[in-house]
Design a protein around this ligand. Structure first.
Ligand code: CMC
Length: 435
């Protein structure tokens, strides 16, 4: 970041003013540095939901919401999704650039050889009800990693951070698959090091001991793409949660568990599950014939119904991930002979109507990544309540990269927002008979 030629002057009606530095990033809007504002004026800024606030400087992911552009470390998501695999993307996010051949082999090897979790983990998992939501289970399992790996819990130690990163990225698929197998009452399937990251996950999810399992390359590639598209997304709610949680100096596993918990919400990672539930509801009520009626309900604010998988805080144009996901959706459905899948047809119809409707056009509401990802996952055989768990698996690398970036930032401090207090002024406790 560098100081811009111009500065911002904040003037008050009493005639006083304060000059504030303005910084240029490499792309995107300039920022006004308000760090000294409180010291100089005794005032805070007020920005619930961080609509105008850059909470940190970051060199990892860049989104141009108006253009519908997403770059990881400068590389367009379209190129990464079609020319690289998920572990290349992990390397890129963590280390700053794509690996060369040797770096790629070494990184793939180290991740693939750390996929087994501590054997004790399965006994911990047994404490959960079988019908627990996988995100509840995952929040617990990821947090519990800190109880298993005492040698990588010191966030200020670069070696600990490195080992924790490898363990988290390598073991998330194992934990997600274990949570699934536990829920359906099937035996856990141990990872296999000769398979790819996505292929291994498919096998851990769907293999059973009594049968051979062959990884379908189309599904493997589709899953790998889902992982790439979800790998990072700058300072979204769960990433900001991880940063805030990690800013206290807590261990990396605890910080990532906080991210998992945040991601669960339907306005964030839970949207893919909510979107598929929405499509299934419309389908039950009559399918394509009911789309018009559903859109009317969405537009009626008193209904409280949203078109899930539509809209985004940053994208005011088509989410580039949604386009790639639509292509993947076509590939997977055609591979599985599901071209006439009624939910896919319904989704396309909803999309078409919404894209032409004034309500959505005026508010710049476009499909986001979750609009098609649920259909792909359902076709692969992933149960709906595991969708957000797969998102968490993929986003773990982004959380880790952002957490490590924060720890390495000389300007890093514990996060501590302030408030505009609107409660009672100081008062005295009355004796109980007078209350
Ligand atoms: N359906 C109907 N109306 C919508 C929708 C929607 N999906 N999204 C936004 N709006 C309306 C909203 O009611 C508001 O209308 P008005 O100006 O009349 O009050 C206007 O559009 C602006 O919306 P907002 O809520 O101020 O926008 P936001 O930036 O706070 O919210 C969002 C962004 C993603 C939470 C929201 O669009 C939403 O809830 N979408 C559905 C859930 C979803 O698909 N989430 C996944 C996001 S992508 C995955 C991820 O990054 O986690």
């Amino acid at each position: 970041m560098r100081i811009a030629e111009n500065k911002a002057t904040l003037s008050f009606s009493n005639g006083t003013s304060v000059d504030l530095p303005v910084y240029h990033g490499h792309m995107g809007p300039d920022v006004i540095d308000i760090r000294k504002l409180y010291g100089q004026t005794g005032m805070f800024t007020y920005d619930p939901g961080f609509l105008s606030t850059a909470s940190c400087q970051s060199a990892i992911t860049y989104i141009d919401g108006d253009k519908g552009e997403l770059l990881y470390r400068g590389y367009p998501i379209e190129q990464l999704a079609t020319q690289c695999d998920y572990l290349d993307t992990c390397y890129l996010l963590l280390k700053g650039d794509l690996p060369n051949l040797k770096e790629r082999q070494d990184f793939h090897k180290i991740i693939i050889s750390h996929t087994m979790v501590h054997e004790q983990m399965q006994f911990f998992l047994r404490g959960f009800r079988r019908d627990a939501h996988p995100m509840a289970v995952l929040t617990g399992l990821v947090g519990a990693l800190s109880a298993f790996y005492h040698d990588s819990t010191d966030i200020s130690n670069p070696e600990h951070r490195e080992i924790a990163a490898v363990r988290l990225i390598a073991q998330m698929p194992t934990l997600v698959a274990m949570a699934y197998k536990y829920g359906v009452g099937e035996p856990y399937v141990y990872p296999r090091s000769e398979l790819s990251y996505a292929g291994n996950f498919l096998r851990m999810m769907f293999a059973i001991p009594s049968e051979d399992y062959r990884v379908n390359p189309v599904l493997e590639r589709a899953l790998d793409r889902i992982f790439i598209l979800h790998a990072d997304h700058e300072q979204n709610a769960s990433t900001s949660t991880v940063r805030l949680c990690g800013s206290s100096g807590t261990n990396p596993f605890a910080a990532i568990a906080a991210g998992v918990a945040c991601l669960w919400g339907p306005a964030h990672g839970g949207a893919n599950e909510a979107c598929l539930n929405m499509l299934e509801d419309i389908q039950r009520q009559g399918g394509i014939a009911k789309v018009g009626q559903f859109i009317d309900q969405v537009k009626d604010k008193s209904s409280g119904i949203k078109l899930m998988g539509f809209g985004h805080r940053v994208y005011k144009n088509y989410d580039p991930r949604a386009k790639l996901m639509q292509d993947t959706c076509n590939e997977v459905l055609s591979e599985l002979g599901l071209e006439n899948d009624p939910l896919f047809k319904l989704a396309k119809q909803l999309e078409q109507i919404a894209l032409e409707d004034d309500y959505f056009v005026q508010r710049k509401l476009y499909p986001n990544v979750d609009f098609y990802s649920g259909i792909v996952q359902r076709a692969i055989g992933v149960p709906v309540n595991l969708f957000t768990g797969i998102f968490a698996l993929a986003r773990t690398v982004g959380w880790v990269a952002q957490l490590n970036e924060m720890i390495g930032d000389p300007e890093y401090k514990i996060g501590r927002p302030r408030q505009l207090f609107t409660g009672s002024v100081a008062r005295n406790v009355k004796p109980i008979e007078q209350r």
